[in-house]
Design a protein. Sequence first.
Length: 236
Amino acid sequence: MGVGVPLIFVAVAVVGGLIAYFSYQAKKKRQAAFAALGTRLGLTYSLQDPYDTLGEPFQLFRRGDGRGVENVLAGTWESLGVRVFDYWYYEESTDSKGNRSRTYYRFDCVLATVNVTCAQLSMEPENLFTRLADHLSFHDIEFESEDFNKMFNVKCSDKKFANDMVDARMIEWMLTLGKTFSLAVGGDRALVTCKRLDPAQLPSLLGVMQQFIGHFPNVVYDLYPGADPTAPRPDR
C-alpha cells in the first residue's frame, strides 16, 4: 500500500501532463491554421482581439460568467468588411460540497458591417432552453411559416423591423440552413454563429454571411438606411 499510493500520484501527474501537452499542441496548430487561412483570404490575423469584439451589440457576447475572443481574422472579403474569430464563454457552478467548476461553450463567428441601421434582432435554432424561456413569458416573434416557427426562435427589440427583415424569401432561405447557424443583426452589424469548426471550414461560414446579407429585403434598405444610402446593395 505504501508504494502504491505514490505511484498513483505519479500516474495522475503523467496523465495530467500529457493532457496539457496535447492541448497546447492543438491550440498552436489551430493558431497556425487561422494565420494560414488569413493569408489565403487576404485577411489580417491576430492571436488576441484588438477590436473590442465583446463590445459589439449582441446578446451572445453577454452570456456566461466569463468570455473571450481569440484567433481573429479581419479585413475585406468579397467586398464585405468582416471579422472571423473563435468565441467562448463559460458558466460557473458549485456542487453540494462547495467545489466550483466551469462549463465551456465554444463558437466560431463571422461579424460583418452592413449599410443598414438595424434593430436588435436574433434568430437562433429552437431548443429546450428557448422553449422554456418562451413559457416563462419571454415569447419569441412568430411568422406565417409554421416550419420556420418550429425551427427558429426570433427575438427583436422592434417587431416591425423583424417583420420587415424576415420576409418570405428570408424564411425560405433560412429553412435550407437547418439548425446549424444562428443569425443576428444590430446597428450596422450582422453576425453569423455556429459551433466550433475546423479552420478549413471557416470559408463556408463566410459564405453563409454573404448569403444572409444577400437576402436582406429591399424594404429594409429603404426604411432603415445606413450611413450611405446611395451605396450599392448586395446582388439579389
